[in-house]
Design a protein around this ligand. Structure first.
Ligand code: SF4
Length: 273
């Protein structure tokens, strides 16, 4: 089993904050430090490789005319994307062709679920993989939004997930990053998205919540408070660990002093992008 390599550790000033790093800090400041400050490298997982490849395939699916957005097209796009990404980002992901083949078959099975969640022939996204960079007060937020659609009621923003969908009662925290994107959209366009969607291929499950200006104002206050807390942590060097059930999914559990490995449950499936 490959392990975390703790070469590093040169603290840096944080210039931008991504929605996913903001989520990390909220979850566990120590996790945030490992990722965003120390930048401790973690070997990529098969789940991450699947997530990145599926995102690219789904993005490219909409390059094709509506009538050609078929499962076969999506599978081919996944295969092509994997060939590109394997060389650059995941050269040592699999020890054998058989392992890689099994992963590919499982990935295509998960990808097939996409067509049970929506009909891509009926959708013309107005944005895909939108690279967002936006000042909010004295912080700069940077992140990539998977998709934005113009629907009859207004703007709908969607985040694709290839990890397993959480039970509905645990789904709300997963909208945290999407609320930040909604805030950025409002800031940039003056329009407030009406719906946030989490589209879990591994289920498949779609969770949707409405969003309004009051919620986004609250998110802006929350983000400002989080940014103050991050800066305070940077000044003091105090990034408290916050052990929870999620430690079982944490890539840093082997080096985290707050967690003894025998206390941590093994994940059933790792969350991917
Ligand atoms: S193992 Fe748990 S406590 Fe440690 S950094 Fe990860 S999430 Fe935080």
């Amino acid at each position: 089993m490959r392990s975390v390599t703790a070469e590093t550790i040169t603290p840096i000033q944080l210039e931008t904050l991504s929605p996913s790093r903001a989520s990390d800090f909220k979850l566990c400041p120590q996790l945030f430090k490992y990722k965003a400050i120390d930048k401790i490298e973690v070997p990529p997982t098969v789940h991450q490789a699947r997530g990145t490849t599926a995102h690219l395939a789904l993005q490219r699916l909409f390059d094709h005319p509506a009538g050609e957005r078929t499962p076969e097209r999506l599978y081919n796009l996944f295969r092509e994307a994997w060939v590109e990404l394997r060389e650059i980002e995941y050269p040592e992901m699999f020890e054998s062709q058989e392992e890689e083949r099994e992963w590919g078959i499982e990935s295509l099975g998960i990808l097939a679920n996409y067509f049970g969640t929506e009909d891509p022939a009926s959708i013309e996204p107005i944005e895909r993989e939108l690279d967002m960079l936006q000042d909010l007060g004295d912080m700069t937020i940077r992140g990539i939004l998977d998709r934005m659609d113009e629907c009859a009621d207004g703007l709908v923003i969607t985040d694709y997930k290839t990890g397993k969908a959480p039970p509905e009662r645990y789904a709300i925290p997963a909208f945290f990053a999407l609320k930040i994107y909604a805030l950025l959209i409002r800031q940039q366009t003056g329009r407030t998205p009406v719906t946030l969607r989490l589209l879990y291929l591994n289920g498949p499950t779609v969770y949707e919540i409405p969003v309004n200006n009051g919620q986004l104002d609250a998110m802006e206050r929350q983000l400002n408070a989080l940014w103050s807390a991050i800066n305070k942590a940077l000044e003091t060097g105090n990034f408290p660990a916050r052990p929870s059930r999620l430690c079982g999914w944490c890539s840093y559990q082997d080096i985290c002093p707050a967690v003894r490995s025998e206390d941590v449950g093994q994940p059933a499936a790792q969350e991917a992008a």
